[in-house]
Ligand binder design. Structure first.
Ligand code: PLP
Length: 360
């Protein structure tokens, strides 16, 4: 067996320990006589898996009382519709911050349901930074404000949670949830597709403040109403059972690493290793502004775009895969999610040095 270092933006690496545990329990889950994949979602065993995963997430993220954890499907992209459908119940107005492709998609979707104002944007510099957002800029009559805490494609992230006053703050945290300590109480709603830092694709995690339940627009489909899922403990219909099980193993793994604070420290060390090298290199150039650089997705370019192809191919030969950047930025992107070990970043930097010597 030979496992590569997978720098994919998502689906991405999972901790090897989690995969091994899943392998061990594949045919028979802890004396149940069956695989989690074969289990009724109404069984005692599965309910314990689901409740265990939810309470572990609450524990490691420090989710305060008054918030609900939901395990849904449809990816973060379905949340682009669910958030406005559920939160537009009062004034049908929202303020969105435009920080990249995912934010733009969220904005376009929300416009189907109400009045959306782009309150801040970094479009003027191809989304290379996080625009300032102050409480004074926010429409006090908006039903909510929406931000993307980490911009997977452009490699930027918020370094502080914006203060939106009394207006609920909703966040797409798909690519940086569990990567750093977050004060959940500053948010009203957090959502994340699982395939970056939480588990396999197919699961979407939503963390929502109780008072936002029950405000959905009248035509909201039952399956898209947060309140329905909250009232049924994410078991209104068949949830993505196996993904929830794996996510639970990932939460356990995070706890074993010393929790989110320890994982954040490790992530900062990994990112620093790569960024310090890029900053001191004559060949590579980082594309995001230093102050707003992502810990999860490092974007960088070569002086000639033609070199990118040979970089990506040569890296793959060394077992460093999925380093091609998104077409809207070009160049390369190394995604350093929680499961990427330091060793993988060391190998990448060593490869980059060698490539620089050969192409300077
Ligand atoms: C990957 C990603 C999405 C899309 O997620 P899906 O689960 O594929 O819908 C949305 N937002 C951000 C920030 C992402 O990184």
């Amino acid at each position: 067996m030979s496992r590569v270092y997978n720098f994919s933006p998502g689906p991405s690496m999972l901790p090897e320990e989690v995969l091994r545990k899943a392998q061990e329990e594949m045919l028979e889950y802890r004396g149940s006589g069956m695989s989690v994949m074969e289990m009724s979602h109404r069984s005692k065993e599965f309910e314990a898996i689901l409740n265990g995963a939810a309470s572990l997430l609450k524990e490691i993220m420090g989710i305060p009382e008054g918030f609900e954890v939901l395990f849904l499907q449809g990816g973060a992209s379905t949340q682009f519709a669910m958030v406005p459908q559920n939160l537009f119940g009062t004034n049908r107005k929202a303020d969105y911050v435009e920080t990249g492709s995912w934010a733009k998609k969220a904005i376009e979707e929300a416009r189907k349901y109400g009045e959306v104002r782009v309150v801040a944007s970094s479009k003027d510099k191809n989304f290379t930074y996080i625009p300032n957002l102050t409480r004074a800029m926010v429409d006090a009559n908006a039903d909510f404000v929406h931000i993307t805490t980490n911009n997977t494609i452009y490699g930027t992230k918020y370094t502080a949670v914006p203060d939106t006053g009394a207006v609920p703050l909703a966040a797409d945290m798909s690519s940086n949830i569990l990567s750093e300590v977050v004060d959940v109480s500053k948010f009203a709603l957090i959502y994340a597709g699982a395939q970056k830092n939480l588990g396999p694709a197919g699961l979407t995690v939503v963390i929502i403040r109780h008072d936002l339940l029950g405000r959905a627009m009248p035509a909201t489909p039952t399956m898209l109403d947060y309140k329905v899922h909250a009232e049924h403990n994410s078991l209104y219909n068949t949830p993505p059972c196996y993904c929830i099980y794996i996510a639970g193993l990932v939460f356990e793994w995070v706890k074993k690493q010393g929790g989110v604070a320890a994982v954040e420290k490790h992530n900062r060390e990994k990112a620093a290793l790569l960024y310090d090298f890029i900053d001191n290199s004559k060949l590579y150039r980082g594309t995001a502004e230093r102050k707003d650089r992502s810990l999860m997705n490092a974007t960088f370019v070569l002086p000639k775009e033609e070199l990118t192809d040979s970089f990506v191919k040569a890296a793959a030969k060394e077992g460093l895969v999925s380093l091609k950047g998104h077409r809207s930025v070009g160049g390369m992107r190394a995604s350093l999610y929680n499961a990427m070990p330091m060793e993988g970043v060391h190998k990448l930097v060593e490869f980059m040095k060698k490539f620089e010597r050969e192409n300077a």
